[in-house]
Design a protein around this ligand. Structure first.
Ligand SMILES: NC(=O)c1ccc[n+]([C@@H]2O[C@H](COP(=O)([O-])OP(=O)(O)OC[C@H]3O[C@@H](n4cnc5c(N)ncnc54)[C@H](O)[C@@H]3O)[C@@H](O)[C@H]2O)c1
Length: 247
């Protein structure tokens, strides 16, 4: 049975990715710094900042879905050094482990936020990247490192620039969770700033399905590998020949 490592498996999206990959018949190794809930889920503790941990975690894997990191923009705003360390340097460790352990496939959770304030809409993959927040800067660094590994290190990588996701297990501080909580309590919904902010919103299912499709597409023999299908919204397929990937 093919083995897929999911980092960030205790988190909002990683938890769903791990469960759906498992439901599709794969051997899934859940990993995080903290125990995924429910507690009976088998998992491996690994700190993305430790190359040793990530090497051990990924040994023998056929694919890695990398969703671990500082996903909370508020945490990243308070502690940009932590965000850059975990999101960028942690991703370097994942790339290095994939190289050394000869893992054919790496799928990375990037974000639409790497584009910054849109200069035109709908935002497409040729839109310039101009991140406006430490979180987005840290994600763009990781996004580019994963694309670079595709070119320089011969790994097969996919970068998914996910929209802002909603669904079960959403972080309570997320803006959509706050809107729903307030609406259910019949309280006014508070929108900070000018109200003109842009958010491409996706159901968690869309993001999860992108991971499943891309992780599984590369579990076939290399000669049979094809692109995983047309990109859904905000999905960037790392490809050295595609214009704008590294813009
Ligand atoms: N949720 C969204 O709307 C959204 C949108 C676009 C991109 N993303 C990206 O998708 C990924 C998952 O998002 P999420 O909302 O599930 O985030 P999350 O914060 O719920 O999950 C991230 C997980 O990473 C773990 N983690 C943090 N530091 C770690 C470390 N040093 N070592 C190992 N694990 C560590 C955390 O414990 C957490 O369980 C993130 O990389 C995020 O940037 C999320």
């Amino acid at each position: 049975m093919k083995r897929v490592v999911v980092t960030g498996a205790a988190g909002f999206i990683g938890w769903h990715v791990a469960h759906l990959l498992e439901a599709s018949g794969l051997d899934v190794v859940r990993s995080d710094l903290v125990r995924p809930q429910p507690a009976e889920d088998v998992w491996k503790k690994a700190d993305l900042l430790s190359l040793h941990d990530v090497m051990e975690l990924t040994r023998g894997a056929d694919a890695v879905c990398h969703l671990g990191g500082i996903g909370d923009v508020y945490t990243a705003g308070r502690d940009p050094q932590l965000a850059l360390n975990v999101n960028a340097c942690g991703t370097i460790n994942v790339i290095e482990a994939c190289k050394r352990n000869q893992i054919p496939r790496l799928v990375f959770a990037s974000t639409w936020e790497v584009y910054g304030t849109p200069r035109y809409q709908p935002v497409d993959e040729n839109h310039p990247c101009s991140p406006g927040h430490p979180y987005a800067v840290s994600k763009l660094a990781a996004d580019l490192l994963v694309q670079h590994a595709n070119i320089a290190d011969g790994l097969t990588t996919t970068v998914l620039r996910l929209g802002t996701a909603y669904g079960p297990r959403i972080r309570s501080t997320a803006v959509l969770a706050s809107f729903v909580r307030r609406a259910k309590a019949h309280e006014p919904i508070v929108i900070n700033g000018t109200g003109n902010q842009f958010r491409p919103v996706i159901s968690f299912r869309e993001g999860v399905e992108d991971f499943i499709r891309n992780a599984k597409s590369e579990l076939s023999p290399i000669a049979d590998r094809k692109p995983a299908g047309p990109p859904s919204r905000q999905a960037t397929y790392a490809n050295p020949s595609a214009e704008g990937d590294l813009s």
